[in-house]
Design a protein around this ligand. Structure first.
Ligand code: XMP
Length: 516
């Protein structure tokens, strides 16, 4: 793989994605990795990411100069560029001129790294320190007002660096520079696709599962559907998909899974009606974390019940159900420490928090992939487009979209409002523009309204349309006013106890996408 060393800002994931977009497989490792640990992964190249520190700050992460002796091509970006310059004997200092945002860069010689770049270009910067003198053996490729050395390379040692962020879309020639590094600098072929993952994963799943039985909690979402399709290809009939109807679903969801997914993949599907159990367990709770934990626990109890049923049904032919398939994605893995550590808190995110006494081993065939890559794998596996292209919906469902206690009546109100919003957004052709649009019921808030001749005292519904590339950050989607007007009118007219519709205009951060 190409290793992306994470210096602690949010850039490492973006770099890893851009490398994969260049059809080269990448993995993220923490900066606490020693050179030995990195080399043990047999890296084809290493990219040092940007980070929030100054290389002179106390406790700032540094780069072991031994890394540059290993013969592996290295690209330093922003902080990684400065750390590289410092480790190799260059000088890094403050110019007194910080550069943030789109910055004019002058290319003095393109070299290998900037081949194909015009002399003047705009690149996205975010730094206070700058490289003043390149280390010995390096050619200076570019400068900017605040960066005497804005890019350099040493072709002989295959070491490269840029002060700006080539991975962000605001650096129009950034992807070109990354590709120059990968193809020319490191001599890589660029032949990896998410589809390559399929054959590898099928072999790994077979090895892990052996002849045991496996269950997969299907939510109808992209991740669990693609994970199930992959496991189905690997172990066929040993897999049973379990759809837990927890009563926190949107309108039409069970039917969609039965109709679209089963028809396309032919998986064995068990639908468990657990509405009463979830409602009873959630009664009296309004704290978001408590609700998530309860939902996670009840999911597992339902899976355990399903496993017992499967074994009982199989009679004397039945083996144990030892494995549970989860659609954990790479961002979840990275957020819990690069996937190298022990505890993997975020894989539990799928179902909102797994209990400690989990009896299943997890099968997570998507844990190296980003969402768009999962979609590509799904398409290759023949998962229908209506599922592959679906907007994300959280495992805990409407349970984390009712602010306050969850009751059957409140669920009904929210389901009706959500169905209207989804219908109108689809009708307006906005589905591709929106990452997802949570519809939230503020169940403990009431406001005064007037309908017909009378006073009402009802609840507000919040629309939370967001645009995002990967849900890590998001912006609120500027929906057309006339579409908002139709949604508002219909919800207040058609949904009982709702007399107000409000729009959430908060980006993430500071707000998360979901309200709980
Ligand atoms: P937040 O609210 O953290 O959401 O900005 C980021 C993305 O994750 C989804 N989400 C979940 N998905 N189980 C899931 O499967 C969960 O517990 C969960 N919580 C949030 C959310 O819909 C958004 O796409």
């Amino acid at each position: 793989p190409v290793l992306v060393v994470d210096f602690g800002a949010q850039y490492a994931q973006l770099i890893a994605r851009r490398v994969r977009e260049a059809k080269v497989y990448s993995e993220i490792v923490p900066h606490t990795f020693t050179v030995e640990q990195m080399l043990a992964k047999d890296p084809a190249a290493i990219i040092l990411s940007g980070g929030p520190s100054s290389v002179y700050a106390q406790g700032a992460p540094f780069v072991d100069p031994a890394l540059f002796e290993a013969g592996v091509p290295v690209l330093g970006i922003c902080y990684g560029f400065q750390a590289m310059a410092k480790a190799l004997g260059g000088t890094v200092a403050q110019t007194g001129l910080s550069e943030y945002g789109g910055t004019a860069v002058e290319v003095c010689q393109a070299g290998a790294l900037l081949a194909g770049s015009p002399d003047q270009q705009t690149a996205w910067m975010s730094h206070g320190d700058a490289v003043h003198a390149a280390p010995e053996g390096f050619e200076v490729l570019a400068t900017s007002a605040g960066s005497p050395v804005a890019a350099f390379e040493d072709i002989g040692r295959r070491l490269y660096g840029v002060q700006w962020h080539p991975e962000v879309k605001h650096s129009p020639l950034g992807q070109k520079a990354l590709e120059n590094f990968l193809y020319q600098g490191a001599g890589l072929a660029g032949d990896w696709t998410p589809g390559n993952v399929i054959a590898d994963q099928i072999a790994l799943i077979r090895e892990q599962v052996g002849d045991s039985r496996v269950i997969c909690g299907l939510s109808g979402g992209v991740d669990s559907s693609v994970a199930a399709a992959l496991v189905q290809q690997a172990v066929g009939d040993q897999l049973t998909c379990v759809f837990v109807d927890h009563g926190l679903l949107r309108a039409g969801e069970v039917e969609q899974v039965e109709r679209d997914f089963v028809a396309a993949t032919g998986v064995k599907l068990v639908v468990m009606d657990e509405k009463q159990r979830f409602l009873a367990a959630l009664a009296g709770h309004s704290d978001p974390e408590t609700k998530r934990k309860i939902i996670g626990r009840e999911f597992i109890r339902a899976f355990e019940q399903a496993a017992r049923d499967i074994v009982a049904d199989a009679g004397e032919h039945g083996g144990e159900v030892k494995f549970l398939v989860q659609g954990t994605l790479y961002p979840d893995v990275v957020e819990s420490g690069g996937g190298e550590g022990t505890a993997n808190i975020k894989s539990h995110h799928n179902v909102g928090g797994l209990p400690d006494d989990l009896q299943f081993s997890l099968v997570e065939p998507l844990r190296a992939l980003f969402k768009d890559e999962v979609r590509a794998v799904g398409r290759e596996l023949g998962v229908p487009e209506v599922i592959v292209a679906r907007q994300p919906f959280p495992g805990p469902g409407l349970g984390i979209r009712i602010v306050g206690e969850i009751t059957a009546e409140r669920l009904e109100i929210l389901r009706a409002a959500d169905a209207i919003a989804r219908e109108e957004l689809t009708k307006a052709g906005l589905d591709d523009e929106i990452w997802q649009c949570p519809v939230v019921l503020l169940a403990d808030v009431r406001s005064v309204g007037v309908q017909g001749d009378g006073r009402t005292y009802g609840h507000p519904i919040v629309l939370r349309p967001v645009s995002s590339e990967d849900a890590m950050t998001a912006d609120w989607t500027r929906l057309p006013y006339d579409v908002l007007a139709i949604i508002s009118t219909r919800i207040t007219n058609e949904v009982k106890d709702v007399n107000r519709v409000v729009l959430d205009v908060t980006s993430k951060p500071p707000g998360t996408i979901e309200w709980e």
